[in-house]
Every structure is written in C-alpha cells, then in structure tokens.
Design a protein. Structure first.
Length: 92
C-alpha cells in the first residue's frame, strides 16, 4: 500500500502481487539482444590446380561440411565459369 498527498487529498494505492509481476514482464524484454559475432573470414579457394589465379571466395560462416560440399559442387561444374569474355561461347 502506498499513500501520497495530492490537491484533492491523500491518495492510497493498493497493490497485489500481480501488478509487480506485470511490471516486471513489461520492463523485461523476452527478446535477448543479439550478440555481436565476429565475422568469419572469407576463404579464397582455387578451383583448378593448373590455374591458381582462377579463384572463388567462399564465405567463412559455412560449416566444414557445407564448405566441403560447396567446394565439390563448384569443382564438378568448373566448366560453367567464365573467367574471361572469350570463355562465354555464343555471346557476341
């Protein structure tokens, strides 16, 4: 119970346990602030052992399995990359 004076007289506020609990819920956000994570470094991967200057950059946030699978996919489809304009057949 809380009493305080006003122009009209003394005001009394009665409370139950529900009000403080509600206030705590309102004041305390259920969303935790997202932790700032260190940005993983990007991985530069040469796809062809004979042409080491032909590289792709793979974001470092992939798991090891994801990195391995992506690397294998890129190597299997190496023939679709255009490293220079002359590699693009049928394009004027």
């Amino acid at each position: 119970m809380l009493k305080f004076p006003t122009k009209e007289g003394i005001v009394t506020i009665c409370s139950s346990l529900l009000i403080p609990v509600e206030c705590a819920l309102v004041n305390t956000s259920s969303v935790t602030p997202e932790e700032k994570k260190a940005h993983p470094t990007n991985l530069t991967v040469p796809l062809h052992r004979n042409f080491l200057d032909q590289e792709v950059v793979v974001r470092g946030s992939l798991s090891d399995k994801g990195h391995t699978e992506l690397y294998a996919l890129l190597k299997m489809n190496l023939d679709i990359f255009a490293w220079q304009p002359s590699d693009m057949t049928g394009v004027p």
